[in-house]
Design a protein around this ligand. Structure first.
Ligand SMILES: Nc1ncnc2c1ncn2[C@@H]1O[C@H](COP(=O)(O)OP(=O)(O)OP(=O)(O)O)[C@@H](O)[C@H]1O
Length: 535
């Protein structure tokens, strides 16, 4: 779905393209030139958090961009060098040195991914919290036990991964929210966070048990002048630059908080989660190793992106079409040294991947409208498919409802029968029963010694029958719940598709109404009032 609003304000004091920043109304419009390719290795930052009460002290020495430790078991010195090495809790410093550049590049049309990797409780979520203060059009999903869930619409589970030439690899149907203020973004993040799977583990009271992907989609277009005043004038006079004025760049910024690796958990659910987490982290490791082996001129060979949802979604980001930064977090504790070493080895491998980021995702208005058309077509096809196969047609829905009604009827009859049988058993077994004023049967005396042999046989048979009917009733109950769930899910998908379709249609109409198209206002930053009215 395409952005309904192009007005984007940021909270930051970033300067605009010319360095003549207006901090109240930052304007982040990139210089659009010919597609650019940036070749560089992945930026790797290692962060060691301060020790907790039970961790005594920090076993790692950090200086400049080096990190080292004396391994008491192996009697050996480990030393690693990365782009940045941080100790402590200062998120602002870490952010400005390791992430800011990447975010600015995303604003300039490069796809960018930042992900946090590390042992459980080493500080990934703590680290990623700050980098999520940026905004545009956003979505938020989690991969929990290899199933993808929309964190902005948690009933939307088991989302699918699809791929096409225009959008690359994407997840569907996923809620995308247009954000117009930092507060919007923060609200969306907390909404998503509240829906995330978090549990207490042996190592962390609030451990994230899923991988999350917070995605921003950024669109940008060139303008000739970047100062704020000139920018406003430019808007009212429709004076975009002559060259590449109609070009629109679309890029994505992915912020990924990986679930922590864990050696073993004492709780069964945690063990199950742990095995999914470890498997997908293992696949991530394998994919990264393969990418490292094949960096340079060698042919890539088979890279198992499809072995986990995580690597599949990250495929575009990892195959060199995007900029990538990795923040690896480690615990300072000596008892975690093995995990920390594994993390640092992972960081070393990641560092070897060579990335050739391209910002050639440039479209003119024609291409953009074509893109809208394709989206509409896709949505229409999906709706049709739903009607043809997915049970969403009126008839299918009626059938579903009819089945549900019938099943409820059968269930109720079964329940009544069970009640009758139970009363019969009670009557046989208790020998003395009475009816009270409300016609209820009540047991006055239960005396099994009065029951004759034949009665025992009858009771046994009746009990068996009740058991059988109860099981059947229970199964029908489950089936009803399944059908109801299916119905709800299909209605939600249908509603979502219909909304998406009408919004995309409306956008297309608006775009087509704006003549000439080159005068369309396109800007990043909040619009001045007077310009809004002239829209
Ligand atoms: N750099 C830091 N400074 C201060 N406290 C930190 C830092 N990093 C993490 N913490 C604290 O350590 C605890 C664990 O951190 P966090 O939940 O971010 O770990 P995690 O790596 O995301 O764990 P999991 O993989 O289990 O979700 C939290 O209480 C957090 O506030």
């Amino acid at each position: 779905m395409y952005s309904r609003q192009r007005t984007i304000s940021t909270h930051s004091n970033s300067s605009n393209g010319n360095g003549n920043g207006n901090s109240a109304r930052p304007v982040l419009v990139p210089k659009l030139q010919q597609p650019v390719t940036l070749s560089e290795s992945v930026q790797v930052t290692v962060r060691c958090r301060p020790p907790k009460k039970d961790e005594l002290n920090n076993c790692w020495n950090l200086s400049n961009n080096k990190i080292s430790s004396e391994d008491p078991k192996l009697k050996k010195q480990h030393q690693f060098t990365f782009d940045n090495v941080f100790y402590g809790s200062n998120n602002a410093e870490l952010y400005s040195k390791s992430v800011e550049r990447l975010i600015n590049q995303a604003m300039e049309g490069f796809n960018a991914t930042v992900f946090a990797y590390g042992q459980t409780a080493s500080g990934k979520t703590f680290t990623m919290a700050v980098t999520r203060e940026f905004l545009l059009r956003v979505s938020y999903l989690e991969i929990y036990n290899e199933s993808i869930r929309d964190l902005l619409n948690p009933s939307n589970t088991n989302l699918k991964i699809q791929q096409d030439k225009i959008r690359g690899v994407y997840v569907t149907p996923l809620t995308e929210e247009v954000v117009t203020s930092p507060q919007d973004v923060l609200n969306i993040i907390s909404q998503g966070e509240a829906n995330r799977h978090i549990s207490s583990t042996d190592y962390n009271l609030h451990s994230s048990r899923s991988h999350t992907l917070f995605q921003m989609i950024i669109e940008s277009r060139e303008k000739t002048n970047s100062t704020s005043t000139t920018y406003r004038r430019t808007l009212t006079q429709s004076g975009y630059g002559v060259k590449s004025k109609d070009r629109v760049k679309i890029s994505q910024l992915n912020l990924i908080d990986l679930a922590g690796s864990e050696k073993a958990a004492s709780n069964e659910d945690r063990r199950k989660e742990g095995s999914y987490i470890n498997k997908s982290l293992l696949t991530l490791g394998t994919v990264i190793s393969k990418l490292t082996e094949t960096s340079g001129n060698k042919s890539p060979g088979h890279i198992p992106f499809r072995d986990s949802k995580l690597t599949r979604i990250l495929q575009t980001a990892l195959t060199g079409l995007a900029k990538v930064a990795v923040i690896c977090t480690i615990s300072p504790a000596l008892q975690s040294i093995e995990e920390s070493l594994n993390t640092l080895k992972f960081a070393t491998r990641v560092k070897k991947i060579s990335i050739h980021a391209k910002n050639d995702d440039v479209m003119d208005d024609k291409a953009l409208i074509q893109k809208y058309r394709n989206e509409i077509l896709q949505l229409k096809t999906k709706l049709k498919e739903q009607e043809d196969n997915g049970g969403l047609s009126q008839n299918e829905r009626r059938d579903h409802e009819q089945t549900l009604k019938q099943m409820r009827g059968v269930r109720d009859t079964l329940k009544e029968r069970i009640d009758q049988l139970t009363k019969l058993i009670l009557t046989s077994a208790s020998v003395v029963v009475q009816q009270n004023d409300q016609d209820d049967i009540v047991i006055v005396e239960a005396n099994p010694s009065h029951i004759k042999k034949e009665q025992i046989a009858v009771i046994y048979q009746l009990e068996q029958q009740v058991k059988k009917l109860s099981t059947e009733s229970h199964q029908k109950d489950e089936r009803i719940q399944q059908l109801e769930h299916q119905l709800r899910l299909q209605s939600a998908i249908s509603a979502q598709l219909e909304t998406a379709l009408s919004i995309t249609k409306a956008e297309l109409e608006v775009n087509q109404l704006k003549t000439p198209i080159s005068e369309r206002k396109y800007y990043l930053g909040s619009p001045p009032q007077e310009e809004e009215s002239s829209f």
